[in-house]
Design a protein around this ligand. Sequence first.
Ligand code: CUA
Length: 356
Amino acid sequence: MFTLLALALAGCGDPRVSALVPQGSNARESLSLIQISAYIMFGVMGVVIFLLAVVLIRFRAKPGDRTIPKQVEGSNLLEFIWTAIPVLIITVLSILTVRLTFSMAQDHSDDPNALKLQVIAHQYWWEFRYPDLGIVTAQDLYIPVGKKISVELWSTDVIHSFWVPALTGKMDANPGALLDGKRQNANRFSFDAETVGVFLGKCAELCGPSHALMEFKVVVLPEDEFNRWVEAMKKPAPKPETTKAAAGEQTFQKNCMACHALEATDPANRPGPNLANIGNRLTIAGVLPAGDDAERAASLRRWIEAPNDVKPQNDVPGTVVMPPFKDKLSPEALDQLVDFLMLQKVDVAPPKAAAR
Ligand code: CUA
């Protein structure tokens, strides 16, 4: 059965989403804890199986031998030994686990070398704010390689969990009000990436029907390229040059602008995802393919037409609702809108090979 399972599950590996292929210091330390725990477990198993085999073979009742072996029940020495050994093992494991847990929860918010990041979870998307850089983005999180990222994490609705298996373990995003400038129940932690690339992030807390679709990406860039990305994100939104895209801009202003900003520096704190680099996104709405421009346009159109068909019950009562626009806009207006949105690109794009 194990052989069959191994064969079947071998197809599940994706190095960009595996805690067994760590690409950051948190994930690397987690993996070494997993390995130490596994070695200890295998060691215990080996000793137990060996002792069992010895007992079964050497102390088996011989034919004709009717003597009663020495009775050891109530032996203080034996009781002590098989209590002390597990206590020792558990103590070693708990010291290692607690140490790692606290090292990951270290607050780097006062570290001048750390990049400050606010992660806000929404049903069913992720918002990323860079308070010191003055920009906001969504779904694709850009970070510089090798730098500590100091995260403040919260949610605007239910509990979610931020998880990038290749970079860092899970951390809950709790809903909490802003009181005296302090976010209640916000979690703080820090992580870093040691290699350039794109890594998959997931929501790891059941948060509704579309929980499994609440994906995001972490785009790790060399530091100079990250700085160029930040500068590119600060530029004003590109203006449409064709009449089709200009008509799309009109549609956008009438239907979308109350919720979505086109500029990453937009001060209005709009409730929907920021669209400054929607034309660069690795996926649309976190899950629809955007391998090239044609595919991205088709995905955008599919999302705008009927978001609930992509993410079931995306229109959670009490949250900001993205309505289906297939009943509100003509096919022509939808085409124009997609054309306009496709213009919203910055000239620092994520590594091409990583798109899926
Ligand atoms: Cu958000 Cu599960």
